[in-house]
Design a protein around this ligand. Structure first.
Ligand code: PLP
Length: 368
């Protein structure tokens, strides 16, 4: 049997998986239409509604990594020529725009500096000065830069214009507030492998009625059979009879169920607070080493801290040292931040003061 090395995962994800999630995932596989599995599907959907704070019937784990869920949301509502505005402040905004272009949409990008949040006022100004957009997208927790944008204010800026909204909550889920219904978000996708502390490869999504209406009103069929929400809905969305669509990743659903149970047992507020408190301890410890986060304080993402690489240190060599000598993984910079920044994740099960101490000690030892 393959034996992976024991690592402390403190990068941008995957984060460490909770032991009971691993145990749950290793339970015997049952049929994906077995009444017991269908009961579990209902339970997981209810859990996702609680975590997303929504009544959306179409809330489910999508059988793909979060990139697949991102593409699925775009592909279902966009038809050639539709106008899309993508707020871009890092790698995942770039990915959203590229995917929307591949749907044949007319894409405009509202750019923000790397390391800064999406500014609601600039979004409002852009929407006020442009021809109408069908869809506006942004990344709430930009993992490439360690920045948190305010989805509530961004949704408020969009509301008067009636556009649909699509929000990337991959790193936000479990680590930062998300209120799908109260904020009026139309489509949200997330990831299992960050603050939910489940293995990668399955992606929670929730889709509201306005987005489903846009899907119903399409002139052309969704170009992907697998991703077509109207077909997928027959398996996941109804609470009545479920029809075969694809073979669900049964064991991944066991794991997600356990991960969501742990989060809900702790409580959403308590989990968000823990991410803030533990992040503050990391930032304080880094300050003692002369290292500061790149984003301004009010825009920092508690589950992921982006720091400048200390002067005189070789990026790749230092990260290899951490991995080889301390079994500690931290993340390299991505995109504009490649070679300039490190990313330290404190996510879900891995978000605790012991992890902070381990990381600070390892960095301090390497800098000596
Ligand atoms: N969006 C954000 C903000 C992410 O951090 C990631 C992964 O790191 C993704 C999307 C893509 O997720 P996946 O790698 O699971 O496809």
């Amino acid at each position: 049997m393959y034996q992976p090395p024991q690592r402390y995962l403190m990068g941008p994800g995957p984060g460490p998986v909770s032991p009971s999630v691993l145990q749950a995932s290793a339970q015997p596989t049952i049929g994906h239409l077995d009444p017991a599995f269908i009961e579990l599907m209902n339970t997981v959907q209810g859990q996702l509604r609680e975590v997303f704070k929504t009544d959306n019937a179409f809330s489910m784990p999508f059988s793909a990594p979060a990139t697949g869920a991102m593409e699925a949301c775009l592909i279902n509502v966009l038809e050639p020529g539709d106008r899309v505005l993508v707020c871009q402040n890092g790698v995942f905004g770039v990915r959203l725009a590229e995917m929307a272009r591949r749907c044949g949409a007319e894409v405009e990008v509202l750019e923000f500096p790397w390391g800064r949040a999406v500014d609601p006022q600039q979004l409002a100004d852009k929407l006020g000065a442009s021809k109408p957009f069908k869809l506006v997208c942004w990344v709430q927790a930009e993992t490439s830069t360690g920045v948190l944008s305010d989805s509530q204010q961004l949704a408020e800026a969009v509301r008067p214009h009636g556009c649909l909204t699509l929000v990337d909550c991959v790193t936000a889920i479990g680590g930062c507030p998300i209120e799908v219904d109260a904020w009026g978000l139309d489509m949200v996708y997330a990831g299992s492998q960050k603050c939910l502390s489940a293995p990668p490869g399955i992606a929670p999504i929730t889709v509201g009625e306005r987005a489903l209406d846009a899907l119903r009103q399409r002139k052309t069929p969704v170009q992907s059979w697998f991703m077509d929400f109207s077909l997928l809905g027959g398996y996941w969305a109804g609470s009545g009879k479920r029809a075969y669509h694809h073979t669900a990743p049964v064991n991944a659903v066991y794991g997600l169920h356990e991960a969501l149970s742990l989060l809900l047992q702790e409580g959403l507020d308590a989990s968000w607070a823990r991410h803030r408190v533990v992040n503050a301890a990391l930032v304080a410890g880094l300050a003692e080493l002369g290292i500061a986060p790149i984003p301004p304080q009010a825009e920092r993402l508690p589950p992921l801290t982006t720091i400048g690489i200390p002067e005189g240190i070789d990026d790749a060599e230092f990260r290899t040292y951490l991995l080889n000598e301390h079994n500690l993984e931290i993340g390299a910079g991505l995109g504009d931040f490649a070679g300039k920044a490190w990313r330290i994740g404190l996510m879900g099960h891995g978000c605790n003061l012991e992890a902070v101490e381990r990381c600070l000690n390892a960095i301090a030892a390497g800098m000596r």
